[in-house]
Each structure stands twice: as C-alpha cells, then as structure tokens.
Write a protein that binds this ligand. Structure first.
Ligand code: HEC
Length: 210
C-alpha cells in the first residue's frame, strides 16, 4: 500500500528526530566534560569540611587499592586494612589531559577491614572460593585531601588533609583540617607525585599522558 504524502513526511520527520536524539545521546556519553560532575567541597562556618553525602566518593574514579592486614602488622596496622583510593571527576579529567593535579583537586581514601579479621588463618587471610587471601569486610574509615592555593596558601604543596575517623560507618559528619606535621610531612617526603602516592595507583599511572 502506498503511503499518503503526509504520512510519509511524518515518518521521515520521526526517523530524523530519532537520529538526532541518538546523536545527542552519543555526544553526551562520549563527551568527558558532560560526564564530569564536579564535586565542590562544602565547609561549615567554622571551616570544618562536611562529609560528602550519600557516599558520593564511591561514584568517582577508582585509581588503586592496597592491603595492610593487621595480622601482618603486629596486630595493628596504621591504616587497617584495605585502602581504596578515588579521584573526584574534574580532578581525574584534568589529570588525564595534563598529568597534573589541578587547583581544586580532591582525592579520597576509604578503608575497610579484611573479612573475618579475627578468624581463619594465622596471617589474617581467609580461604574463599577464589583462593586464600584478604577479602573485603566492613568499611572502617574515610579521609579526604584537597589541593587549593586559594584555600590553603600556607600548607605544604597547598594540600590539606581531613580524616572523618577510623571507624565503621557512620563516619564523622565533619572533619577539621589536620596539622601539616600529621599528614603533609609523610606525603611530601615519600609520595611520588605532588604529595600523592601515585606509585601505588596503577589506574592513575595508566591514565597519565605519555
Ligand atoms: C606515615 C606516612 C603517612 C601519613 C602520616 C599520612 N599518610 Fe596518607 N597516605 C600514606 C600512603 C602510603 C598512602 C598511599 C595509599 C595507602 O597506602 O593507603 C596515603 C594516601 C592517602 C590518601 C589518598 C591520596 C594520596 O594522597 O595518595 C589520602 C586522602 C590520605 N592519605 C590522607 C591522609 C590524612 C588525612 C593523613 C593525616 C591524618 C595522612 N594521610 C597521613 C601515608 C601517610
């Protein structure tokens, strides 16, 4: 059956419309700027950093993980036990393009205990289906670092460090800036790249422009 001209026109318009919508969607997915929803740190009136809501950092780019089980550290690791590191979206985009941490960079580190910390094998490991090893248990701490010349002109490297507690959730809802001696000093001395321990973050290393 032959379409009437009006129906035909309508059909072409619909097809063109769909193609246009599809190209817009493709553009949004491929455009890094569209994907990068910037997180801007929020502070209380007395300059305490507010804990980002809804565990927001778990939506950021995951750049690496380490594990320091208590059982391998005389029963009490300084940072127990899995460490998971995340980068805020704009910080990540900028790093991928320049290999540098921008003004306003934010990185987060979340800790979790190993599964059955008191149980299983003498070295703290457990025997699971994928093998003997260290599996993730409960979350156990959260920290943030921010680089900002505007906010922290006097901090070494313009980085400020905040800890929301080494404890299971809920974490503290606000955190005070730590003294440079407590955090910046070790980061400045030992971290490979602008106070950041990039030597341990293989995802970050792979993203660095050559
Ligand atoms: C003795 C050295 C040392 C001290 C002191 C230290 N850190 Fe770190 N920090 C590390 C190491 C090593 C890493 C690399 C990841 C890991 O092993 O957990 C790290 C990583 C981090 C990260 C992830 C981003 C990055 O910079 O690599 C944050 C956030 C962080 N530390 C916060 C803090 C805070 C907050 C303090 C102070 C309360 C602090 N750190 C004190 C050694 C230290």
């Amino acid at each position: 059956m032959n379409d009437k001209p009006v129906t035909k026109t309508l059909r072409y318009t619909c097809v063109l419309g769909l193609m246009f919508a599809a190209s817009l969607t493709a553009f949004a997915i491929n455009d890094p700027a569209a994907a990068a929803d910037e997180y801007v740190p929020e502070f209380t009136s007395d300059k305490m950093l507010k804990l980002p809501g809804n565990n927001l950092w778990r939506e950021w780019t995951f750049i690496g993980s380490l594990v320091t089980p208590n059982a391998l550290n005389d029963g009490s690791a300084p940072f127990p036990e899995h460490h998971m590191i995340y980068v805020e979206p704009k910080t990540w985009e900028h790093y991928k393009q320049t290999g540098k941490f921008r003004e306003g960079s934010v990185l987060a580190k979340e800790l979790s205990r190993v599964l059955a910390p008191d149980g299983a094998n003498e070295n703290g490991s457990t025997d699971e289906v994928s093998g003997t090893g260290y599996f993730s248990g409960d979350f156990s701490g959260f920290e943030i670092t921010i680089k900002s010349k505007a906010l922290y002109p006097d901090e070494p490297g313009n980085w400020a460090y905040y800890t929301f507690g080494h404890q299971p959730q809920p974490y503290n809802s606000t955190a005070m800036k730590q003294p440079a001696a407590a955090c910046n000093a070790c980061h400045e001395g030992v971290a490979a790249e602008d106070f950041v321990f990039s030597q341990f973050y293989n995802v970050l290393q792979a993203a660095k422009p050559k």
